[in-house]
Write a new protein. Structure first.
Length: 192
């Protein structure tokens, strides 16, 4: 197939993005590879633009140094042809200042941040992508638990995280319940 999402035999029939269900999601997830991010990946990600209401996740040239900072453990996710389909980061860059001020990250868990390439979003591919990231993170970091911080406005992401076994453990923010803290054990209870 070509790059994921650019017209392959695995594309679901028009009008039914969920067609194929778990089998298809898992088949796609098995095809992902992870490697430490390279400059070309970071530059590509910095040009990504998400359709509203997700423009808050748009890349920016000024984010390139952060993406390449080894402390943040950014990883590129590629399809079998080597095309960039998304990224994960593990650790500090997946936390937010309001949560740090509240001491929400003191408990031992691996913080996870992620993004799929914009044209792949909204098509039911997120669960397989997240599961692949959890499998990689378990092998690479052997954490006790996984933790995510997501804006409460991003219900699309929250649904995927819940399907991947995460639960909301706290809502917080300087201006009300702006953020959700989600956690799950790292043990593969659901096959991930
Ligand atoms: C977050 C992400 C992985 C989600 O994956 P996805 O493939 O786009 O999500 P899906 O298309 O599978 O949608 C997930 C669910 O949300 C639902 N959904 C879509 N838009 C929604 C909305 N505005 N409100 C509520 N639910 C919504 C879908 O119907 C689907 O529900 P279902 O599981 O019951 O069928 C992906 O969008 C992404 O990487 N985005 C990049 C930016 C980002 O949001 N990063 C997250 C940072 S924490």
């Amino acid at each position: 197939m070509g790059r994921l999402g650019q017209g392959s035999t695995e594309d679901p029939p028009a009008g039914d993005v969920r067609a194929g269900g778990a089998y298809r999601t898992e088949a796609v997830a098995e095809a992902y590879s992870f490697r430490p991010i390279a400059r070309a990946d970071a530059e590509e990600i910095s040009r990504w633009r998400y359709p509203e209401p997700y423009a808050t996740y748009d890349g920016d040239p000024s984010s390139v140094p952060g993406l390449l900072d080894p402390r943040y453990n950014y990883h590129a996710v590629t399809d079998p042809e080597g095309g960039l389909v998304g990224y994960f980061c593990f650790g500090a860059d997946a936390t937010v200042p309001a949560g740090r001020r509240l001491g929400l990250y003191d408990e031992n868990a691996l913080d996870i941040g992620l993004g799929m390439r914009p044209d792949l979003t909204g098509r039911g591919l997120g669960l397989g992508f997240v599961r692949a990231g959890l499998r990689f993170a378990r092998q690479a970091f052997a954490p006790a638990a996984f933790r995510l911080t997501v804006t409460a406005l991003n219900q699309r992401a929250v649904r995927v995280y819940e399907a991947a076994g995460f639960e909301v453990v706290r809502s917080f923010g300087d201006r009300g319940d702006e953020w959700l803290l989600m956690k799950r054990p790292a043990s593969p209870e659901d096959g991930t």
